[in-house]
Design a protein around this ligand. Structure first.
Ligand code: PLP
Length: 427
């Protein structure tokens, strides 16, 4: 019987046996004991699966990762200490010094820095393309050493919607996987693997946790990308790993397990960055209501966007679910349940008007956060991008009046009333 995604949110990943705890146990243990060192040796050779040290794997994490894999329609997943770690590992697992990646230019600032600067220092080159680039521009971005294509389903904070099918086709034509950061839609609003994405990442810090309680990330593998068809491009997956007595990941673990096993066995081993089991437990509590919360986020996002569109003090609104939005057609295709709760807009009167508006909000609170149960609001020109002058902001695609409003799950009319009184308040 195949279960609805709503049921998987509540019950996926962990099915207790007779007399076992109903809720996922928190395995608060760094290490595991074995009767013989021979048995432990087999674990170290990846000959048998089993836990030995929480830097690499922990059962609490694996229950939650299995639930997220099921939600995204993947075959395997791993939790990471943050969304940043998830995107770093997702790319670094298949690309390193001397390699190249293609990425959408409309991505989270942290991921842009990771690709443009930090991974660049590690020897990975990245070409950024507009998500609206022509087919010729997309084609021209690829190089013989390209190993991956990266984009965000709904970009943070630009709120552009990635044409997943188009980017997946281009990636596959060049023999490389498409990695999609699906943080804003969550698997409730979009499942990128169904549209051709090969690997999906999340900052679980956002909607998946949903309660502002724990920083974390996840990587999900579709199991669909055939690494063995391009053995020269992906030797790390298709050739012997001498640090595990010559295991070949694709041979030992199949296409469904090779990518995540390699990331666990090599990257977690050498770089750490696992999510704490406590945090995994917390994000699972979030997942249990994700399907219910997203309905209200979607509703609040759309209703607030419509209210802002019709308000005389609002200069412009960007929300992919709004009919007149440039992203609407793609949102209709990829985000049928809804376009999530994040709206950006400008208040007439520019930077000062934005500041005054935010000061008067009562329910919506100023926070460096997004995709939370509580409505929060950020003025990038005054916060994350405050070192930039107006011209530099324009080059980054952020106008001085831009306000990013992340609609929570409060009552829709209460939210609209709060925004209305703040727009109408005397400066
Ligand atoms: C927040 C965010 C990240 C980074 O996640 P952290 O959990 O803060 O490390 C990555 N991608 C997107 C789209 C995000 O919104």
């Amino acid at each position: 019987m195949s279960e609805s995604i709503n049921t998987v949110c509540v019950q996926g990943g962990y099915r207790p046996g007779d007399g076992e705890p109903r809720q996922i146990p928190i395995y608060q243990s760094t290490t595991w004991k074995y009767d013989t060192s021979e048995h432990m040796g087999k674990l170290f050779d990846l000959e048998e699966s089993g836990y030995f040290y929480t830097r690499l794997q922990n059962p609490t994490n694996d229950f939650v990762a299995a639930k997220i894999a099921e939600l995204e329609g993947g075959t395997a997943a791993m939790l990471t200490s943050s969304g940043q770690a998830a995107n770093f590992f997702a790319i670094f697992n298949i690309a390193g010094a001397g390699d190249h990646a293609v990425a959408s230019s409309a991505i989270y600032g942290g991921t842009y820095n990771l690709l443009a600067h930090t991974m660049h220092r590690m020897g990975l080159e990245c070409t950024f393309v507009s998500p609206d680039c022509s087919d010729e521009e997309l084609e021209a971005a690829f190089q013989p050493n390209t190993k991956a294509v990266f984009g965000e389903t709904i970009a943070n904070p630009a709120l552009t919607v990635l044409d997943i099918e188009r980017f997946a086709c281009a990636a596959h034509a060049h023999g490389v996987p498409l990695i999609v950061d699906n943080t804003f839609p969550t698997p409730i609003n979009c499942r990128p693997i169904e549209w051709g994405a090969d690997i999906v990442t999340h900052s679980t810090t956002k909607y998946i946790d949903g309660h502002g309680a724990s920083v974390g990330g996840v990587i999900v593998d579709s199991g669909k990308f055939d690494w063995t068809a391009y053995p020269d491009k992906f030797p790390g997956l298709t050739q012997a790993d001498e640090t595990y007595h010559g295991v070949v990941y694709t041979e030992r673990f199949g296409l469904e397990g090779a990518y995540i096993t390699k990331a666990t066995a090599q990257l977690m081993r050498d770089l750490g960055s696992i999510q704490s089991p406590q945090n995994a437990f917390l994000i699972n509590l979030g997942l249990e209501s994700l399907h219910l919360r997203m309905v209200q986020h979607n509703k609040n996002g759309l209703e607030v966007a419509k209210f802002l569109r019709d308000h005389p003090r609002v200069a412009w609104v960007r929300y992919p679910g709004l009919e007149e939005d440039s992203e609407f057609a793609r949102a209709q295709k990829y985000l049928t349940p809804g376009a999530s709760g994040v709206v950006s807009f400008g208040v007439a009167g520019g930077r000062e008007a934005a500041e005054s508006f935010m000061k008067h909000l009562k329910i919506a609170q100023i926070a460096t956060h997004v995709a939370d149960a509580r409505t929060c609001v950020l003025h990038p020109a005054n916060a994350t991008h405050r070192q930039m002058n107006d011209e530099e902001l324009a080059a980054a695609g952020i106008s001085p009046d831009l306000i990013r409003l992340s609609c929570g799950i409060e009552d829709t009319q209460d939210l609209i009333a709060d925004i209305a009184q703040a727009l109408e308040a005397e400066n």
